[in-house]
Design a protein around this ligand. Structure first.
Ligand SMILES: [Zn+2]
Length: 280
């Protein structure tokens, strides 16, 4: 259990996506596909699903999911993955709204199967992702179980870290860091991803502070679940090798742990400037 308090969440800015498989923009421009792949949470889709992402089933019960989202309460956020995503986005908007002048909240879509986005077709096999073109974070809650299978954690704070990481990409989009990093190839991608981890850590440090805190005080045990997940999605963990770091797109396990920890221990987004150091 991580959320405190009670009452309705109002759905935040979260909606049900998908269900439009037939209209999906498959075969979109290569540039669009690259954009979306570069922003993956840290997962090589082929290694998780093995199959053809284009054949993934589409969500058939958007209406039920929409109602589920709209009716989420804080109490449910402690037991239900969909409501946990909703509550986390509400907390993230609060924290970033207080940390960043000019902050505007992103949209969040929860889907299963496949979904059309401004960045091209998205599928569950990609893992969670953020599309700068529509300022939207996309989540399939089934990813949490996959992350656990990969050696990560599906504990509540570990799930919230996943959401906070995608919000980190939104913050990067607002600051211009995302566009800057995308012009830099793999090195830029690693810096973008590590900064998103750091910004997720900043959220964790703030989310349990002050009179508006939505999280109960975070425990060391919960932090360990985040670290386990950050390790599980390191490029060297996923490829089983520390060779070819120049091919990495998200950073090593050690780098991901270091940056999420930096964000958490400082609570200061200015400490997340992964572009200003040669020591990632
Ligand atoms: Zn990412």
């Amino acid at each position: 259990m991580t959320f405190q308090g009670s009452g309705p969440l109002g759905g935040g800015n979260v909606s049900a996506g998908g269900g439009g498989g037939g209209r999906m923009a498959l075969g979109g421009g290569v540039g669009l596909i690259v954009t979306i792949v570069a922003l993956l949470f840290g997962v090589n889709p082929g290694q998780i699903m093995g199959g053809d992402p284009g054949s993934a089933p589409t969500g058939a019960s958007d209406q039920a999911l929409s109602e589920h989202i709209a009716n989420c309460t804080i109490e449910q956020a402690n037991s239900d993955d969909v409501c946990r995503i909703v509550a986390t986005t509400v907390s993230l908007d609060r924290v970033w709204g207080s940390l960043m002048s000019g902050y505007t909240r992103p949209a969040t879509k929860i889907f299963s199967g496949s979904i059309a986005t401004a960045c091209g077709a998205g599928t569950s096999a990609m893992g969670p992702f953020y599309c700068p073109g529509d300022k939207t974070a996309y989540f399939d809650p089934a990813f949490f179980a996959q992350l656990k299978q990969m050696g990560g954690s599906d504990g509540p704070l570990a799930q919230e870290y996943v959401v906070a990481h995608e919000y980190g990409h939104h913050v990067e989009n607002l600051t211009g860091v995302l566009a800057k990093g995308q012009r830099m190839g793999n090195d830029g991608s690693v810096r973008i991803e590590l900064q998103a981890d750091c910004l997720a850590g900043v959220w964790m440090s703030k989310a349990d502070e002050g009179p508006d805190a939505m999280l109960e005080p975070i425990t060391d045990e919960q932090i360990q679940t985040v670290i386990a997940s950050a390790k599980a999605i390191g490029d060297d963990t996923i490829t089983g090798s520390s060779a070819n770091p120049e091919s990495w797109t998200h950073g090593s396990a050690a780098q991901r742990v270091r940056w999420v920890t930096t964000g958490y221990s400082t609570g200061d987004p200015r400490r997340c400037d992964t572009f200003a150091t040669d020591d990632l």
